[in-house]
Design a protein around this ligand. Sequence first.
Ligand code: MRU
Length: 478
Amino acid sequence: MPERSPRDETEVDVGRRLFFRRFATDVVTAAATVVGAAQQLQQQSMDAARDILGMEDGQAATASDSAAPARADATASSGAASGFRTPFRWDGDGLHLIDQRKLPDELVEVDIRTAADGAWAIREMVVRGAPAIGQVAAISMALQAEQAPEAPFAFRAVIRGAATALRNARPTAVNLGWAVDRILDRYEAAGGTDGDHEAIVAGLRSEAESIVFEATTDHGRLASFGVDALPTPEGRPLRILTHCNTGPLACGQYGTALGVVQVAHHAGRSVEVFVDETRPYLQGARLTAWELRQAGVPHTLIADVAAGHLMSRGEVDVILVGADRIAANGDTANKVGTYTLAVLAARHGVPFYVCAPTSSVDLTTPTGAQIPIEERPADEVLQVRGLAIAPAGTQARNPAFDVTPADLITGILTEEGLLRAPFGTALVEAKRTAAERWVRERPFWADPTPSPTSPADEKASVEASAAFAPDGSDEVVV
Ligand code: MRU
């Protein structure tokens, strides 16, 4: 990013406040009134970002061809807009992802044109964060459909192959499979091998746009419910601790836990954020600190292992984290280290909130024990940004997520409001109301046929309801 003087910072801050105010209203109104709302949303946020940063049209914050990955069909865009509010832009030329591996040093984009590109970008963590990878998977399938052969059975093979590649790119975040299933359901609803080719391609695009649009709206709703749930200390800032990265880079537009933080800040609440560095991949240090700095939110980076010390001194008022998958009983998989924080929070009486849209709720997984936990390469532990920190030949384990049991969670913040224990019944209900709301409020430009609840979801919802003990004790029958 270019150097900025203190005066620039003040101007940026005023501009940013205006941006947030304008964005908050525009995002749900103007975007709903145009065809191609996903692109509209992204264009709005980029235009606003350009205003804030004082950039000319088409001027990139940083984009260098030398940063292109060693991959012929996924190259760094030149002349791309900054797009710092979102992890991706989608236009007539394909999908452009911010390369999150290079942040905070460089802001460059990678072009995605096929489902294979999308799967590669998700696997390599060019894009990461549960809601973001779901949206990127859906768009990648829509892009693939545009290039697939017209012959119905060949088309079906391509779409199903794309779905498999994307679904398998990362195992823990359920939003990935959820989004892929929505695209597949849309394909079937449009007639599958008996459907009209053009109508199917348009339908898949519309479904991907709906997924992005709904995520934006839902994360905005979640953030406003979250602000209402925050403690209100007298005469001093609210001290929030967060882990990993749950901001726009991970989610698109607002973010989840970090969306709550940013909306609270821009609503005039006095907040200070302790940002866990989030070893080993450093999402907190690299990405959350970067986003909070851009948003002007006061924050302090801490080593993950310092969290207990701060809590023991009474320096943390509340913990907000995201989720990669919430099981039917409320057990929650999130970035490794979350469980440790929850145990410490219980020890010190600090409220511990999980912030996630209902698309992160997986009613087909009864408890946390059944959530697949991704094991990532040992090098991420053995090195810090390429620099070895252990003797050559040292063995390392790298589980990327852990599971926080439901009984350590104070509440789950969703787009349907704050859920309290017993979570099982509350999660079933939240998923149902979210699905019903989107049937009611589906924007006119979206194809009216499908419902955001897939047949698999509906079946799971019925089974999950039946699995919970009638006394509300949430005992799961596995
Ligand atoms: O491995 P990542 O960076 O994709 O991890 C996912 C996450 O960003 C976090 O676990 C987050 O808290 C949930 S997604 C908003």
